[in-house]
Write a protein that binds this ligand. Structure first.
Ligand code: PEP
Ligand code: MN
Length: 371
């Protein structure tokens, strides 16, 4: 059961103390308090865990600090929807708002190779009004002898350059909890010129200790990739690990499933699950067409498979696109064959914006149909 308190309830107010005292004395029930800082107001939620079946919803709703009460199922307790349309979706980070209605593009380098390519990428994004990017510093590679990313050595020039071009959020995969500290120390030293969204890669979706460590910090939001060989339910539970440790600022990313049935694509594109994840949870949903499709091949209509897949995700209501670009894909140290070319950026952005507008119009059709 979940008790949502009146917005901006002070934790030292008599209303709160009285409410908490009552809830604490319920037999067989443990409490977990979550505070959510929204753009305007602070929201406090109290999760009642354990033997809650016999509790009276009305009695708890009548407590002085409580606004309303929701019965929640065991699955995705914090991130789930639980048939409640009023709970907020999304969060604001470093001035950028993410929710289940809007859309942000994170175009950038799969792996940072040098400062010049970082600069070309960031400059192009700024020229096209973009405030987000992806930059891989810590790369999980199949082959131990492949380039593993520049790690913390590249962080200073990546963050400085992002700041120089007005980039507010850099999505960056981490593969070990020590990377959080490396990122944080570097940002702090530079005076926080930009922000970071910590990315959990598909190989680490069920690395529970990493998830718990990332979930314990509240500074950085998280982009969690769906596991490429597990069920959707298992991946959504992985997201809930982050929230259960305290960080519910999570975006869920579809990136294709590993099966030979997907050939000639690198993975089987799974973007039909965009609306499914939005129905089951309150997380904004991202699509990664680059790691799904895995090549830059064009269809006879002149549109690449990567762009077609992106369009399919966005027209179904995706809220974020994570996509590889590179100034010289033939020289890229990781995933060159799937990187889009810099001169494709404006067309790609135009296509995405068309698809997002179309999704909004589709929504209106069905709202009319409902009457
Ligand atoms: C990536 O986005 O760079 C990446 C490695 O993706 P995934 O974890 O989906 O393979
Ligand atoms: Mn990659």
């Amino acid at each position: 059961m979940l008790a949502i308190l009146h917005p901006d309830t002070q934790l030292d107010s008599p209303e709160y103390k009285h409410t908490l005292e009552f809830l604490k004395n319920l037999p067989g029930v443990t409490l977990r308090v979550h505070e959510i800082q929204g753009a305007q107001k602070k929201l406090t939620e109290i999760y009642l865990l354990g033997d809650t079946k016999s509790l009276s919803k009305e009695e708890i709703a009548a407590l002085p600090a409580v606004e309303r009460v929701i019965r929640i199922s065991d699955d995705y307790r914090i991130l789930g929807r639980h048939h409640d349309e009023q709970r907020q979706t999304g969060f604001t980070y470093n001035g950028v708002h993410f929710d289940q209605d809007n859309l942000h593009v994170f175009a950038g380098l799969c792996a940072v190779d040098n400062a010049e390519h970082v600069d070309i990428m960031m400059r192009a994004l700024a020229e096209h009004g973009q405030v987000c990017t992806r930059m891989g510093a810590y790369k999980p590679r199949t082959n131990p002898y492949s380039f593993q990313g520049h790690g913390k050595a590249c962080l200073p020039y990546v963050f400085e350059n992002a700041g120089k071009h007005g980039i507010k959020v850099v999505a960056m995969e981490i593969t070990h909890e020590s990377h959080i500290e490396e990122i944080d120390t570097c940002l702090e030293k530079l005076g926080r010129p930009t922000g970071v969204m910590l990315q959990v890669g598909t190989r680490n979706t069920q690395n529970f200790e990493l998830l718990k460590a990332i979930g314990r910090q509240r500074e950085y939001p998280v982009l969690l990739k769906r596991g490429f060989g597990i069920t959707l339910n298992e991946s959504l539970n992985a997201a809930e690990y982050l929230a259960s440790e305290g960080n519910a600022n999570v975006i869920f990313c579809l990136r294709g499933m590993k099966t030979e049935a997907g050939l000639p694509h690198r993975n089987m594109v799974d973007f039909a699950h965009v609306p499914t994840v939005k129905r089951l949870t309150r997380m904004p949903v991202c699509v990664d067409p680059s790691h799904s499709v895995g090549n830059r091949d064009l269809a006879p209509d002149g549109i690449s498979d990567v762009m077609h897949a992106t369009a399919q995700g966005v027209i179904a209501g995706a809220n974020m696109v994570l996509v590889d670009f590179h100034p010289k894909p033939e020289k890229a140290l990781v995933d060159g064959p799937q990187a889009l070319l810099m001169d494709e950026l404006p067309y790609f952005l135009e296509d995405i914006s068309l698809c997002h507008d179309t999704w909004r119009k589709r929504e209106q059709i069905y709202q009319r149909a409902k009457g």
